[in-house]
Write a protein that binds this ligand. Structure first.
Ligand SMILES: C[S@@+](CC[C@H](N)C(=O)[O-])C[C@H]1O[C@@H](n2cnc3c(N)ncnc32)[C@H](O)[C@@H]1O
Length: 228
């Protein structure tokens, strides 16, 4: 399998190594993802938010009085995370925090990384930061969208207009360039991903020490699993 990670971006402001615009994520709305995946957090629940970006999901978890540790490898993103969270500048792959959390979250389709070693490293990171019985929640890219999206398709999240500028498929890789517009600002992000089926992800997690799989959310993008 010839897998190669390709990430780049353009547009105003700072960008992360995977081509995300910091300003875009700072202004992107929370879309009730945590309700969609059925995450319920009691007061003082501990959560590790991997690839937290500007804290779009960190913020509502803090509002539930959870204790959130937010991890990203972009300093500029972490500066936008609410100060109530503990922030950690690190690659997910090399994070060894030396403690466990009740819940680990890996959102935003990071798991669709084109390199199998990276996917394994993300899942291993989740496992080593959970006790037996701890919960892992991960969000994949929608397999139907990856299969069917065509150049020219448009949609929006909140006020952000999203346009597919280019897409090419060379199994198992899908390469895309998306254009985001918010007001007069325009950003582009190019990336390659692999589409992950239910079986792909359950096998990956099972090999890393998880079971009790449950698919969640309107488009079955969320997988919850328990550390065994
Ligand atoms: C698409 S953004 C999503 C941020 C946030 N989860 C959200 O839903 O708004 C992905 C974030 O993951 C971070 N990221 C990507 N790969 C990473 C890695 N290997 N280690 C740490 N952070 C990573 C990027 O810097 C970026 O901030």
């Amino acid at each position: 399998m010839n897998e190669r990670a390709v990430f780049s971006g353009s547009g105003p402001g700072a960008r992360t190594r995977d081509g995300c615009s910091v300003a875009l994520y700072e202004q992107s709305p929370y879309l009730d993802e945590l309700q969609d995946c059925g995450l319920t957090l009691g007061p003082a629940s501990s959560v590790l938010d991997l690839g937290c970006g500007a804290g779009r999901l960190t913020r509502p978890m803090l509002e539930s009085s959870a204790l959130v540790t937010a991890v990203d490898n972009s300093e500029a993103m972490l500066r936008a995370v609410p100060v109530a969270a503990q922030t950690v500048l690190s690659d997910i792959e090399s994070l060894h925090f030396g403690r466990t959390f009740e819940t680990v979250l890996l959102a935003s389709g990071l798991i669709n990384h084109p390199e199998l070693d990276a996917r394994r490293a993300f899942v291993d990171c989740a496992r080593r930061h959970l006790p037996i019985g701890g919960s892992f929640l991960l969000q994949r890219q929608d397999p139907d969208w990856l299969r069917n999206a065509e150049a020219g398709d448009s949609g929006r999240t909140g006020a952000v207009m999203i346009h597919v500028e280019a897409v090419s498929r060379a199994f198992p890789l899908i390469a895309m360039t998306l254009r985001y517009q918010l007001g007069d600002d325009v950003w582009r992000q190019s990336f390659s991903v692999v589409s992950l089926s239910d079986v792909d992800l359950e096998s990956l997690l099972s090999a890393a020490g998880f079971d009790a799989f449950e698919w969640r959310g309107r488009k079955r993008r969320w997988l919850s699993a328990i550390a065994r």
